[in-house]
Ligand binder design. Structure first.
Ligand code: PAF
Length: 286
């Protein structure tokens, strides 16, 4: 990989990298297209990273479809499909963890301890191995995007992080490799998550009470047939601190279980003019 990227560098070419765990869908392909529009060379990586799964069953169930992934990538004319062996990422004796505080607290970080340490560590390794000038992350995993932005800023990595919009099925369900595990009935119910999210975001951005809107949204998911709601929260768009009031640009986040599958989604919420100020955010006078 180093020889290859060095030869591209000597020719003055830039490198765009799309990191994946395989089971590719149109969401990933939109990242590859974005990479082509920004970089001369495009690398796609597939590595099902054991360190970001806190549940061994979830890891075992993760779809592995490398041949099909390679076939899907065919028409997109990428330069390299990099599928490292576990030893190439975590050689014997590997003992380093990149751990990000703040943006990784709560939401998926709360429900999945160690998850973002695993993500931050593997992303750092893959960006260094591929010598990436730019890399592309979907907003569907918004907390992951903020964690990776933090790593790149804090460790002075040269890679530019490009955020790409969530790609949705025709019925509005955010694309995810996990969607393949939904049974027919559950698949029909699943788009409710996006609709409930949007309707809560509308209520909040029109000045509605945040706590009430979140509770109504939780109940709507359970009534629609979801088995449990891990979280439904309004957070600051940038540092992901919890918000009780839409007094600044925010983002609404949801994770809920359906048919044994954990679905996540998020959407922006505009700041409300005259929203009650969330006092917890105002620093104490020195
Ligand atoms: O979003 C994913 O598929 C993974 O978390 C990533 C970024 C490839 C790291 O393993």
């Amino acid at each position: 990989m180093r020889d290859l990227t060095n030869s591209w560098r000597r020719a003055g070419e830039t490198i765009g990298v799309v990191l994946t765990m395989g089971a590719l869908h149109d969401g990933h392909l939109s990242l590859v297209k974005a990479a082509h529009s920004r970089a001369d060379r495009v690398i796609v990586t597939i590595f099902v990273n054991p360190r970001q799964f806190n549940n061994p069953e979830d890891l075992a169930k993760y779809p592995k479809t490398e041949d099909n992934d390679a076939r899907i990538l065919g028409p997109l004319a990428i330069d390299v499909l990099y599928i490292p062996d576990p030893e190439e990422i975590y050689p014997t004796g590997f003992s380093t963890t990149i751990s990000v505080t703040g943006v990784s607290d709560g939401l998926c970080g709360g429900d999945r301890p160690g998850h973002f340490d695993g993500v931050a560590t593997v992303v750092t390794k893959l960006l260094l191995q591929t010598d990436a000038d730019c890399t592309f992350f979907g907003e569907k995993d918004y907390q992951q995007l903020q964690v990776v932005r933090r790593v790149v800023a804090d460790l002075d990595l040269k890679t530019e992080i490009v955020a790409c919009p969530t790609v949705r099925e025709d019925d509005g369900l955010a694309m995810s490799s996990r969607n393949l595990r939904l049974g027919t009935e559950a698949r029909e119910v699943s788009p409710v998550i996006g609709r409930v999210l949007e309707s809560a975001a509308n209520v909040i951005s029109q000045g509605g009470n945040v706590a009430q809107a979140l509770e109504t949204a939780r109940q709507a998911l359970l009534v629609a047939g979801f088995d449990a709601v891990d979280y439904f929260e309004l957070r600051d768009d940038h540092d992901l601190q919890p918000l009780m009031s839409a007094d600044r640009p925010g983002r609404l986040f949801v994770a809920a279980w359906l048919d044994g599958v954990r679905l996540i989604d998020n959407t922006p919420v505009k700041a409300v003019f005259n929203a009650p100020i969330d006092r917890r955010k105002i620093p104490e006078p020195a």
